[in-house]
Design a protein around this ligand. Structure first.
Ligand code: PGA
Length: 251
């Protein structure tokens, strides 16, 4: 069966020292609290090596927030999937709406990034989600379907290694969460899109996380929905107590 996962997305927050301290707090809390899901933190590139040094990845997984769409070479400022893997990280967020919106990421670059992540044994947390206008004009199911279909060049074996995160852009960092029913409807839609391509078994085994203003106060209701398999957490991942409050929503 599919895994339940709570993953933190730290975005461009914390210094290395603050990040190491936060990771240490989350690690300590996980050791002393029973939890019924996989827990992952995705940090800035600069933090990966020192954070890897203070966590036990059997208890707390580690990931990057992005990787390059090329293998290596003359791409100043980029960080490759191989480099990310060499830090000890096992996950990478790909296609976050902020990367799509501010850095021009599209299906082509994301196909390349996904291929490289998989080739380097990183688990992609692949983000999809509609903007407010698409929610309001009713095209959101088609928009998200097209985003998921960017992965459909993958073999069934490779696709089964992907984690999907549905993050309605209008809910990210806005305090405006999708209702649990809206999340459930979209997650069920995504699972059907996957089933139509790869079959029911792979679809049932794919973890689909919800992201967008997920907090301790709403996580339990969201995670109670049958197709919501956890969360990708931004703001609330920056305080260990809030993040743990979301993790504990699975208890
Ligand atoms: P938020 O961000 O929890 O701060 O809304 C979620 C995300 O962008 O991954």
């Amino acid at each position: 069966m599919r895994k339940n996962i709570v993953a933190g997305n730290w975005k461009m927050n914390t210094t290395v020292q603050e990040g190491v301290s936060l990771a240490g707090e989350v690690m300590a809390a996980l050791k002393s609290t029973a939890h019924n899901c996989d827990v992952v933190i995705c940090t800035p590139f600069t933090h990966l090596v020192p954070v890897a040094g203070v966590i036990d990845q059997n208890i707390l997984g580690l990931g990057a927030e992005n990787c390059a769409d090329h293998t290596s070479g003359a791409y100043t400022g980029e960080v490759s999937a191989q480099m990310v893997a060499s830090t000890g990280a096992n996950y990478v967020i790909l296609g976050h709406s902020e990367r799509r919106q501010y850095y021009g990421e599209n299906n082509e670059t994301l196909k390349a990034k996904t291929r490289l992540a998989l080739d380097n044994n990183l688990t992609p947390i692949f983000c999809v989600g509609e903007v407010l206008e698409e929610r309001e004009n009713g095209t959101y199911n088609d928009v998200v379907k097209a985003q998921v279909e960017a992965l459909f060049d993958l073999s069934a074996d490779d696709f089964s290694k992907i984690v999907i995160a549905y993050e309605p852009v209008w809910a990210i960092g806005t305090g405006k969460t999708a209702t649990a029913d809206q999340a459930q409807d979209m997650h069920a839609h995504i699972r059907q899109v996957i089933a139509d391509k790869y079959g029911k078994e792979i679809a049932e085994n794919t973890s689909i996380l919800y992201g967008g203003s997920c907090k301790p106060g709403n996580a339990r209701e969201l995670f109670a929905k049958p197709d919501v398999d956890g969360g990708l957490i931004g703001g609330a991942a920056l305080k260990a107590a809030d993040f743990m409050g979301i993790v504990e929503a699975f208890n």
